[in-house]
Every structure is written in structure tokens, then in C-alpha cells.
Design a protein around this ligand. Structure first.
Ligand code: ZN
Ligand code: FE
Length: 255
């Protein structure tokens, strides 16, 4: 029942992930930024791709689907709500449904806002979350589709996962996110500590991904839109948390 997860770079700042279920040999990649680096990692590990788990329709998460499908005949899973926007989906998955990779059972969580149908995949046994561009270390995806309230609700679903969850997100944006987070929340000790850790990781040529969800809950302003101290800093006492979230998102867009 154990799982091996590999993280590797794709394109300019995307991450690719391979998930290997040891018991059965089944293997998934999360999103398909580019087929070539995914194939190279599979060859290196000696694994055969059986599943592709798509989080959302953007090209930097789907461009490799056709080539992977041609090479491996793998099954492509993706969000029902984006079926018209993603070519090559075989199986549609929805919020609260599960998806099996060998002995590993992923829960599908809807996390809209970056795109309307964006979904995340969580394995409760290993406490691994694959969240595409919904949540980043110290940040979240830009809100391209929809409205702040459902996006905030989606982030709260991720925040409700256990503190010892490891988060595998789609991009290496941590240090840029830290600059903004420190700008709006400069006295946050957890944020400063995480920033130092991330800086050391990058200086050493290491990815900052995966990251610990419990640390991020204390440091990421987008997970703290209902924190009284941050609300006060934003001058938004009495506002709904999703309104505070919207203001933080807007401030980041203009930062
Ligand atoms: Zn995206
Ligand atoms: Fe992306």
C-alpha cells in the first residue's frame, strides 16, 4: 500500500508529478504540462503510465495529454465541468467522488476560481494533496474564472485537510508569493520562517514543492482571510471572509 511520488520540473516553472502505487505497479502523472519530461522520468524509474489526473483546462497542464495517451494508452481523468475545454478526457470526475490508482484511493475536491471546474486530488492514506493551480505555497492561483466566494470555499476545503498533509502544486511561485505575503502580513513569524526556508531551498537548487499544509495555514494570507489580525490589517473588520479574500487576491494581482 505504499506510494512513491516523484517531483520534477516541466516547461519554465511548472512541476510534473509521478505517483507510483507499489502494490500494483499502476502509475499516474498529475497534469500533463509537457509529454517529454514526463516520459523521461517514467523511463528513469522504469514505470509505465496508466493514469493521468488533470486538475484544470489550461494548456500548461494539458498540453502533453495526446502524446502520453498515444504512447501508453493511459486513461485520462479530468473535471466534468471542463469536459468541453480539455481534449482527450476518458473519465470524468466530480467533487466528493473517488478515483483508484491501484490500492490508492484519491478523493476529488472541487477548488474553483482559477478556473470554474478546477479540481484537486487528495490521498488520505499518505496525506498527499495534488492541487494544480488552486493553492500554491504562500499563495493561490489567479482568479481567472468565477467569483471570490466559491474560490474561498474551495480553499477552505483544502485548509480543512490535516496539518501533516504534503501539498504538490503546479508551479514554483513560492518566493514571489512570499514577497507579497510579507508586504501585507509583515509581522507573521510563521511566514518569515517559511520564507527563509524557501529561500534556502532555492539557493540550494531545490524545489520548494511539496510543502507542508500546516505551515502554510499559518503563513499563507489566502488561507487566512478570516484571521482577525489580517482582517484588521486589511482594514476590513466586519466584512465577510470571502470579501477579505477577494481584496487580498486583488492586491496581489496589482502588486
Ligand atoms: Zn492554470
Ligand atoms: Fe498553471
Amino acid at each position: 500500500m505504499s506510494l512513491i511520488i516523484k517531483t520534477f520540473e516541466c516547461r519554465s516553472d511548472n512541476y510534473g508529478f509521478l505517483i507510483h502505487d507499489e502494490a500494483t505497479g499502476e502509475c499516474a502523472c498529475v497534469d500533463a504540462p509537457d509529454a517529454a519530461p514526463i516520459i523521461a522520468e517514467l523511463d528513469k524509474a522504469g514505470w509505465r503510465l496508466t493514469h493521468v489526473l488533470i486538475t484544470h483546462h489550461h494548456d500548461d497542464h494539458t498540453a502533453g495529454i495526446a502524446d502520453l495517451k498515444r504512447k501508453y494508452g493511459c486513461t485520462i481523468y479530468g473535471p466534468t465541468q471542463e469536459v468541453g475545454k480539455i481534449n482527450g478526457l476518458d473519465e470524468l470526475v466530480d467533487h466528493n467522488h473517488t478515483l483508484d490508482l491501484g490500492e490508492t484511493r484519491f478523493e476529488v475536491i472541487e477548488t474553483p476560481g482559477h478556473t470554474l471546474g478546477h479540481i484537486s486530488y487528495f490521498d488520505p492514506a499518505s496525506k498527499s494533496l495534488f492541487c494544480g493551480d488552486a493553492l500554491f505555497s504562500l499563495g493561490c492561483g489567479r482568479m481567472f474564472e468565477g467569483t471570490p466566494e466559491p474560490m474561498w470555499e474551495g480553499l477552505k476545503r483544502l485548509r480543512a485537510l490535516p496539518d501533516d498533509t504534503m501539498v504538490y502544486c503546479g508551479h514554483e511561485y513560492t518566493l514571489a508569493n512570499a514577497r507579497f505575503a510579507l508586504f501585507i502580513d509583515p509581522d507573521n513569524e510563521a511566514l518569515r520562517a517559511r520564507t527563509e526556508e524557501a529561500r534556502a531551498q532555492r539557493d540550494a537548487g531545490q524545489p520548494t514543492i511539496p510543502f507542508n499544509l500546516g505551515d502554510d495555514k499559518k503563513a499563507n494570507p489566502f488561507l487566512r482571510a478570516d484571521d482577525p489580525g489580517l482582517v484588521e490589517r486589511m482594514g476590513m473588520q466586519g466584512a465577510e471572509p470571502f470579501e477579505v479574500f477577494a481584496a487580498i487576491r486583488k492586491a496581489k494581482d496589482n502588486f
